[in-house]
Design a protein around this ligand. Sequence first.
Ligand code: SF4
Length: 191
Amino acid sequence: MALEKGAKAARPMDARGVVMDPRARLKCMVPVCANYGRNLMCPPNVMPMDQFAEVLRRYSRAILVQFPIPLDQNLMKGFEGKRLEEVYGSSEYHQRLRKSEAEIMDLLGYLEKEALNMGYRFATALTGGPCPLCEECVGQGSGKRCRHPFRSRPSMEAMGIDVLLTAQNAGLSFEVPPKDGPVWNGLLLID
Ligand code: SF4
């Protein structure tokens, strides 16, 4: 199903292969990500790591899903020598990233729904990257509710998962930093 819906790869795995590391959470803060504390699906707005570790222990199976990010070498060559702020500020970079973030989020949400329909009552999807669904998230401390509560999902990295090691354990390693063909990684926890 994942492949039919545009995933580059999808691999079932033992949930014991999902690795958590507090350094993943540290990398949201140092250097501080623009979404830290401002996106409802990003730290510190998501479940604390110790609680999620307890949740993760209860799962037996998972599916690692990789989705293509349409950033090619030609586009990235144009950014050579530029500061990160300029790269992230580029509208083409932003649009390509954002579109693929929404696509993997919707794909994982679809897989979660299908798994629930099959009777996996605790099926839960985690996506890749910050929630991209609103131009401006309602953010932290506003007291406002998420505008798309059934569609938005936190990312693997937001929950403190070491995405690279987890993908390696699923047999789907990827390059860091990517030279070409970068992918988002998402995870469906199943039980
Ligand atoms: S759907 Fe909108 S309000 Fe909800 S987490 Fe995503 S960006 Fe924020």
